[in-house]
Design a protein around this ligand. Structure first.
Ligand code: NDP
Length: 448
C-alpha cells in the first residue's frame, strides 16, 4: 500500500488516533525494500493486518475513594498481534491514556518483542486513572476493580501484561492478588511481580540497564565508551532511575534528571548517594524532584517552565525516559549545536515526527525505543520462563542474559539496516528486523 492510501485508511478507520498514525507511518517508511524482496508479504497484506488490532477491549472501572465517593474510569486492553506468542506489553495508568496512545504502544510492541528473539506477541493496556495523590487504599481498590474485568481477557498462555507509566511493583502486586483470588490460580499471568511471589530478579532494573547496555554497544561501534560521558536523562521513574544507576556504575556523569515538576542539574554528575536519596523520594515518599532538591542543596533545580534550557547544555549522551513526543525538532537542533554524540530512547516514541527526521539527518547516533528499551520486555519473557519451570535464576544470570539480548538486538539492527540499504540506521533495522519475523510467522499461520 502506498503512503497516500495508507494515510487515507488511517484517517478513515482510526480517525483522531494521531499517536497511532505517527507510529504506523514511521514503520511503513522502511518497508518498500522488503516488499521488493518478499512480494508475497504485500499480497498477504501483512502490514494492513498488523495495523488492525486482533482485539480491542474497553471497559468501565468503578471504585470508591476515601471520601466514600464513587469514581468512574475507563480501562483498556489492546491485543495487537499474537503471531509470535501470547500478547505481551505493559499497563499504563495515567489521565492521558486513550485508545490512540495504547494502540501506538501496542503497535511498537510488535516489533520490539520480535527483536528480543523471545516468543512474545504484542499488546498494551491501562486506564485513564491518575495514581498521583491517591492513598495506598485507593490505589489498591482501583487495581482490584480494574483486575475484576481484565482477568477475563488475560492469562499465562493468552495475554501477559506488565507495568508501564504509573504501574510499578505495588500496583502489579495488587492486581496479582486480585487475579489469584478470582481465578483461584497462582500463575504468572503478569510480569514485574515482587520477587517473593514469582517476580524475576533484575526485572525492575531491566529497561534502564538494557538501555545503557544498548548505548554501550552503539558507542563501541564508534570505538568510544561511556566513561566520563556527560548524560541527560529525562524522567525520574523506573526507566530513568535504573538507567542513571547503570550509567554511574560505568563512570558516566548524569548531569540532568527530570520529572513533571522540573529538572535537576548536577554539574559534576549525580553521586550514587544522591541517586539513592532521589529514589527514596520518588518511590517511597512519592514526592517530586522539586521536593527532593529542597533537601539536597548541592543540586540546582529548574522548574518545568525552564525545562527546555537543558537541551543547550554541552553533553555527550541523551536518554529520554519520560513519555511520548517529549523531544521536539528545536531540541534536536540545540543538541546538534551542543555537540551531542548519542541519543538512545528509554521511553516509547519520545521524539516527535519532525524531531526524528532532524536526528536521522544529523551525525548524532540514534536508537529508537523499540530497540533500545526492549530490555524490560526481554526480562519479562525471562520471568515468564522462570514461572513456567518453577525455578529462579540469580541476578547475575538474568543480567548476563539481558546484556546478551541487548547486544544481539543492537547487532541485528545494524546488520538488517545494512542489508536493506539503510546503513547505520537503527530505526530502519529495528522496523525491518521486527517486521520480517512477524511476517514470516503470519505467513506460516495462514489467513485466519
Ligand atoms: P514511570 O511512571 O515510572 O516514570 C515516568 C517518569 O516520567 C516520571 O518521572 C514522570 O514524572 C515523568 N513524566 C511522565 N510524563 C511527563 C511529562 N509529560 N512531562 C514531564 N515528565 C513526565 O514510568 P516508566 O519509567 O515505567 O516509563 C517511562 C517511559 O518508558 C514510558 O514511555 C514507557 O512506555 C517506557 N517504557 C517503560 C518500560 C518499563 O519497563 N517500565 C519498558 C519499556 C518502555 P512524575 O514522577 O512527576 O510523574
Amino acid at each position: 500500500m502506498n503512503k497516500t492510501k495508507l494515510i487515507e485508511q488511517l484517517q478513515h478507520r482510526h480517525s483522531y488516533e494521531v499517536e497511532f498514525h505517527q507510529a504506523v507511518l514511521e514503520v511503513h517508511e522502511h518497508l518498500a525494500n522488503v516488499y521488493d524482496r518478499f512480494p508475497e508479504y504485500e499480497k498477504l497484506r501483512i502490514f494492513e493486518r498488523l495495523i488492525e488490532p486482533e482485539r480491542t477491549i474497553s471497559f468501565r472501572v468503578e471504585w470508591m475513594d476515601d471520601n466514600g465517593d464513587i469514581q468512574i474510569n475507563r480501562g483498556y486492553r489492546v491485543q495487537m498481534n499474537s503471531a509470535l506468542g501470547p500478547y505481551k506489553g505493559g499497563l499504563r495508568f495515567s489521565p492521558t491514556v486513550n485508545l490512540s496512545i495504547l494502540k501506538f504502544l501496542a503497535f511498537e510492541q510488535i516489533f520490539k518483542n520480535a527483536l528480543t528473539g523471545i516468543p512474545l506477541g504484542a499488546g498494551k493496556g491501562g486506564a485513564n486513572f491518575d495514581p498521583k495523590g491517591k492513598s495506598d487504599r485507593e490505589i489498591m481498590t482501583f487495581c482490584q476493580n480494574f483486575s475484576l474485568e481484565l482477568q477475563r481477557h488475560v492469562g499465562h498462555f493468552t495475554d501477559v501484561p506488565a507495568g508501564d507509566i504509573g504501574v510499578g511493583t505495588r500496583e502489579i502486586g495488587y492486581m496479582f492478588g486480585a487475579y489469584k483470588k478470582i481465578q483461584n490460580q497462582f500463575t504468572g499471568w503478569i510480569t514485574g511481580k515482587g520477587t517473593d511471589f514469582g517476580g524475576s530478579l533484575i526485572r525492575s532494573e531491566a529497561t534502564g540497564y538494557g538501555l545503557v547496555y544498548f548505548a554501550e554497544e552503539m558507542l563501541k561501534s564508534r570505538k568510544e565508551s561511556l566513561k566520563n560521558k556527560k548524560c541527560i536523562i529525562t524522567g525520574a521513574g523506573n526507566v530513568a532511575q535504573f538507567a542513571a544507576q547503570k550509567l554511574i556504575e560505568l563512570d558516566a556523569k548524569v548531569v540532568v534528571m527530570s520529572d513533571s515538576s522540573g529538572n535537576i542539574y548536577a554539574e559534576n554528575g549525580l553521586t550514587k548517594e544522591q541517586l539513592k536519596k532521589l529514589m527514596h523520594f520518588k518511590n517511597d515518599l512519592r514526592k517530586s524532584l522539586a521536593d527532593y532538591t529542597k533537601d539536597e542543596e548541592s543540586l540546582t533545580f529548574f522548574p518545568i517552565d525552564r525545562e527546555a534550557e537543558k537541551w543547550e547544555y554541552k553533553v555527550d549522551c541523551i536518554f529520554p525516559c519520560a513519555t511520548q513526543n517529549e523531544v521536539n525538532e528545536d531540541a534536536i537542533n540545540k543538541m546538534k549545536k551542543a555537540g551531542v554524540m548519542l541519543l538512545a530512547e528509554g521511553a516509547n516514541m519520545p521524539l516527535t515526527d519532525e524531531a526524528q527526521a532532524a536526528i536521522l539527518s544529523s551525525e548524532i547516533l540514534y536508537a529508537p525505543g523499540k530497540a533500545s528499551n526492549a530490555g524490560g520486555v526481554a526480562v519479562s519473557g525471562i520471568e515468564m520462563s522462570q514461572n513456567r519451570i518453577g525455578q529462579y535464576w540469580t541476578a547475575e544470570e538474568v543480567d548476563r542474559r539481558l546484556k546478551n539480548i541487548m547486544k544481539e538486538i543492537h547487532n541485528n539492527c545494524l546488520s538488517v539496516a545494512k542489508e536493506y540499504g539503510f546503513k547505520d540506521n537503527y530505526t530502519a533495522g529495528a522496523n525491518i528486523g521486527g517486521f520480517l519475523k512477524v511476517a514470516s510467522a503470519m505467513k506460516q499461520q495462514g489467513v485466519i
